[in-house]
Design a binder for this molecule. Structure first.
Ligand code: G6P
Length: 612
């Protein structure tokens, strides 16, 4: 959601800006723009903006033969004001140009104050107020860096900004507070971006800014200060991300690639414990031994697919570790007056580590006195990871497709490890049970690989779904969240309206929707709820509903007219949800393919939801 690229170098930085923006496309956006200074023929600010894809901006750049040594660029996901060229960033105030990710909560007050001083606003955005505010500060404090520092002191809300001015062609200024921004140290210049992916083209040497940092970038140096102006040193890291991690390879879409990367992603996440028969607290960080001590309950905070991972984990943590668990949608939890118990382990789950609501919910839980916090996250150094006392980084690799897949299964793997660690501490796990669970975990990559072989058959099923406008997903127990995830995947990328129900709830309402036009997808593992589920399926059949059943090989359900069966491998016990989600992902993917939607960048959605 919104991406920023800033560059100042001894070379032409326009291609760097465009390539950077295209690497940030996956975050979700609806317009793009850039502004540069220091071009071949002029020191004036040049701005180009386009509604739609980065490719359209690139075409404008090509036509204008733009070349410059200093610039800022942006992909915008509309919040204040519709997606349009006028609202696209950068926003300009007489030679000062600004790109911004986040939301300025006091922008109306700022706008009113600036309008009273004669500033004219041409867009509906909150960002334009930042541009005018910096311009206004420069009337008394001409130094751009100082003016930005004073201006951000008046901003309320979340922001990462990049600023340039035509009066100052030798530097760019950036600042962050609550939205991601990192700096890149290159051989030919200095850069800043919303994430590392945008900068791999020029450097792997990055500095993660902290909230409240303001940085000045010149061609040779970087200077960072805190809000009060005190200089601060931030360590540089060498990113482990390789440029080819962002390539599509032989796949048609990133989502398909990421579905097929799951065996490897699970292996990588298991890392050191792969092949081991036991599991230790140390996996969760040096302080885990102390912080897990005396934990009486678990609170999971997450959004979207990560929330579904928490819902599955509740079944594991309660049944195996004997701990009560609540799983909360972060955007709800952060505004609820709940009862806090300091003996709670708070687990924030997030692929990106940037989701504004999850981050805020985690902070809120801590303010309520719950200090034992753990982040399960796919992005090291992300805001959520840095906020938590403990962390487990899923090693899924970059996830580009907006619909989350490999992040989900690797989150489940981490939750399984957490379950075993806490069960062991609670004296609820014998050595032989631990060995049995660890063997199953370590075998997961092979088991998932087997499920992936169903792709051609699922592709054929997808043909039948493509013309539908509604679908119902059913599951029970720990597979109910898998039905929810299946429905979410289908909604996200195929735009078919899909709902998931705990199958026992069918006759309390959704059965009224069932007729021959409503496909009903059932997640049917051969577990101890199978007989109950079979009765629910009969209820659907009796109303003429068409059933598509993803059944474990040993489930004993036979195909019949209007009851189609996809045979999965044999039941996989506690970890069965990790296998059963894979055909849900493949089904959504293939339905979207048939419907011709933009699989990796579905309409209206963003990968990293950095605003609430
Ligand atoms: C967005 C993404 C989803 C993701 C959710 C939570 O909605 O499109 O795929 O599940 O955010 O994101 P997080 O990065 O916190 O897991």
């Amino acid at each position: 959601m919104c991406g920023i690229v800033v560059a100042i170098a001894t070379r032409n930085i326009v291609p760097v800006l465009i390539e950077g923006l295209s690497r940030l496309e996956y975050r979700g956006y609806d317009s793009a723009g850039l502004a540069v200074v220091g071009g071949e023929n002029s020191d004036k600010l040049v701005r180009l903006r386009a509604c739609g894809r980065v490719a359209e901006l690139a075409a404008l750049v090509e036509m204008s033969r733009l070349s410059a040594s200093l610039g800022i660029a942006h992909t915008r996901w509309a919040t204040h004001g519709a997606p349009s060229e006028i609202n696209a960033h950068p926003h300009v105030s007489e030679g000062v140009a600004v790109v911004h990710n986040g939301i300025i909560e006091n922008f109306e007050t700022l706008r009113a104050g600036l309008q009273a001083r004669g500033y004219v606003f041409v867009s509906d955005t909150d960002t334009e107020a930042i541009a005018h505010l910096i311009h206004h500060k420069r009337q008394t404090t001409p130094d751009l860096f100082e003016a930005v520092r004073l201006a951000v002191g008046e901003l309320e809300g979340a922001y990462a900004i990049g600023v340039i001015a035509d009066s100052d062609p030798a530097r760019a200024v950036v600042a962050r507070h609550g939205a991601p921004l990192l700096l890149g140290i290159g051989e030919e210049g200095m850069y800043a971006a919303s994430d590392t992916a945008a900068l791999l083209q020029v450097t792997r040497k990055v500095i993660y800014l902290e909230d409240g940092d303001i940085a000045e970038l010149s061609r040779e140096a970087i200077r960072i200060v805190r809000a009060g102006g005190e200089p601060v040193e931030r360590q540089a890291h060498l990113s482990s991300l390789m440029p080819d991690a962002m390539e599509l390879g032989p796949y048609r879409h990133f989502m398909q690639k990421e579905i097929f990367e799951q065996p490897q992603a699970i292996s990588n996440t298991l890392g050191l414990v792969l092949g081991s028969h036991s599991v230790q607290e140390g996996l969760f960080g040096a302080q885990a031994f102390d912080l897990f001590d005396g934990v009486r309950q678990v609170l999971v905070l997450a959004c979207g697919t990560s929330y579904h991972a928490g819902l599955v984990a509740r079944y594991w943590l309660e049944a195996v570790a004997g701990l009560p668990v609540s799983v909360e949608i972060a955007s709800e939890y952060r505004y609820r007056k709940s009862v806090a118990d300091p003996a709670t382990l708070v687990v924030a789950v997030s692929q990106s580590g940037e989701t504004a609501d999850t981050l805020a919910a985690l902070k809120y839980a801590r303010e309520l006195g719950m200090k034992r916090t753990l982040a399960i996250c796919n992005v090291p150094e992300s805001a959520i990871v840095r906020e938590a006392a403990l962390r487990f980084i899923t090693r899924a690799g970059p996830e580009i497709g907006v619909a989350s897949t490999k992040a989900f299964t690797t989150q489940l793997v981490v939750f399984a490890l957490l379950t075993l660690v806490l069960a062991k501490r609670n004296g609820r796990l014998s050595g032989s049970e631990e060995k049995k669970h660890m063997t199953a975990l370590c075998h997961l990559p092979v088991a998932v690989q087997k499920v992936l072989e169903l792709e051609p058959e699922i592709g054929r099923w997808a043909q039948r779904f493509a013309g539908k406008e509604h679908a119902l997903f059913l599951g029970r127990g720990q597979h109910w969240p898998i039905a929810m995830e299946g429905a979410l995947k289908l909604k996200e990328i195929s735009y078919i309206h899909a709902e998931a129900y705990a199958a026992g709830e069918l006759k309390h309402g959704p059965l009224a929707l069932v007729d021959e036009r409503m496909p009903v997808i059932a997640v049917s593992p051969a577990d101890d709820l199978l007989e109950k589920l079979k009765s629910n399926l009969q209820e659907v059949r009796a109303r003429g509903g068409e059933l598509y059943v993803f059944a474990d090989d040993d489930c004993g359900i036979a195909a019949s007219e209007c009851l189609h069966i996809m045979r999965m491998p044999e039941h996989y016990g506690m970890l069965s949800p990790v296998l059963h989600v894979v055909p849900m992902q493949l089904l959504a993917y293939h339905v979207a393919l048939v419907r011709g939607t933009d699989v990796d960048k579905p309409r209206n959605l963003a990968k990293s939801v950095t605003v609430e």
